[in-house]
Design a protein. Structure first.
Length: 411
């Protein structure tokens, strides 16, 4: 008796608990605002005290110098090393005026000296304050750098990274714990998605493969009635369409994530392989193939990049004009980026319907159709794969009908 496999286990819960007990006095919490306020307030207070002390010392020195008379009486006359006084005897009025001018000159000299020294002291304190403030701000904001580095690592599909910030229970600590909690939830969701894709890949492909085998066996019977053969062919075509739909959905689910393992891939070679796969179909439909391929090497997954080119050239062949149609494939390097351009003739596409073509199961003027041209996932897969490689795709209607699909990827 067959035993049912045990369901996959969920990933282990985090050992840390982001929820912290509420402090009895939340207003005493050392928040970033309080810490920055105390830091810069203390810096300005210290700088003000130092500046005041320096100005006081300079002023005391200037007043001390100014209190000494810059002259001395010599035998009824006055002489000075600072003021220009005549040594001969002067009348009382002229002598008093000369003494006043000499004292004022000495005072101006002391004030100018005080001003110049104060400006130099202010400049030095400003340099010290800015350097100290820069160092202190870097120390206070260093947890943000740790959070940023973890976020960049997570952006590279490393969901196992955690910040686990230690230190005071402030806003940065709360932000880091919330970010860790979000990463844990994302990792659980991503793991569940991977399990679903893996299980769906097996559960959906197996019955379709069995149905295809049974239908092919019945169709190989030469004695089968014509009606049964016609029904078998219809069911086989439906089964093939279902297989394409399943493969497209699984590829779309896988391509929505960043590509971790990258290798050098030449878009010119990828485009050539895609053209080779549609040669017979293009010849049957009378579609001319044009190609101008220059070397354009990118870092990525070769299978997914080949899917981009194949989906675009298949659409260029299938959505073309009945007679005299063509499609052109171009690869080149432009402005430091690799570019793949696929243009074709075809029906006129209104500009307002171009964006809808990239949605799953959407086609021109229809939403969900049973057309034999595909399952409606080709351009959705192309956009997802391009985004996973850090690029993008843009579509533009051609004059006279058809589209120009332009895929840009970083080199």
């Amino acid at each position: 008796m067959a035993t049912t496999p045990a369901p996959p286990q969920a990933p282990p819960k985090p050992t840390w608990d982001p929820r912290r007990p509420q402090a009895p006095f939340p207003w005493l919490r050392p928040t970033i605002r309080i810490r920055l306020t105390l830091l810069y307030g203390g810096m300005f207070l210290i700088a003000g005290i130092l500046l005041l002390s320096i100005i006081y010392l300079l002023a005391a020195n200037a007043l001390n110098v100014g209190s000494d008379l810059p002259f001395k009486i010599v035998s009824g006359g006055v002489s000075s090393d600072i003021c220009q006084l005549r040594s001969d005897r002067l009348p009382a009025a002229e002598l008093n005026q000369a003494l006043n001018e000499c004292v004022n000159e000495q005072r101006r000299h002391a004030l100018d000296n005080l001003l110049s020294r104060s400006l130099l002291a202010l400049l030095g304190l400003a340099v010290i304050a800015f350097a100290f403030g820069y160092a202190m701000a870097g120390r206070v904001l260093s947890p943000l750098g740790r959070i940023l580095r973890t976020a960049r690592s997570v952006a590279g599909s490393d969901l196992s990274r955690r910040i686990e910030l230690d230190g005071p229970d402030d806003e940065l600590k709360e932000l880091a714990d919330t970010f860790d909690d979000m990463l844990e939830r994302l990792q659980r969701a991503f793991t569940a998605q991977q399990r679903f894709v893996g299980n769906a890949s097996h559960e959906l492909r197996t019955p379709l493969a069995i149905n295809r085998t049974l239908l092919e066996v019945h169709l190989s019977d030469p004695n089968a009635p014509v009606e049964l053969q016609q029904l078998g062919k219809t069911l086989l075509a439906t089964n093939e369409r279902s297989e394409q739909l399943v493969e497209g959905l699984l590829l779309l689910a896988r391509s929505d994530n960043q590509i971790v393992e990258r290798k050098p891939v030449d878009l010119a070679e990828v485009a050539g392989q895609a053209i080779d796969q549609v040669l017979s179909e293009a010849k049957a439909k009378g579609v001319e193939i044009r190609s101008t391929r220059q070397k354009a090497v990118v870092q990525g997954n070769g299978v997914l990049l080949e899917r981009i080119a194949l989906n675009l050239v298949q659409n260029a062949v299938r959505y073309n004009v009945p007679e005299g149609g063509w499609f052109e494939v171009t690869t080149e390097i432009q402005h430091g980026q690799a570019v793949l351009v696929v243009s074709n003739t075809g029906p006129v596409v209104p500009a307002y319907e171009v964006d809808n073509l990239f949605e799953p199961f959407r086609r021109l003027r229809t939403e969900r159709t049973g057309s034999d041209k595909g399952v409606g996932l080709g351009l959705s897969i192309v956009r997802s794969v391009a985004r996973a490689h850090g690029g993008h795709i843009a579509a533009q209607p051609r004059e006279g009908g058809g589209l120009v699909m332009r895929v840009t990827l970083p080199v």
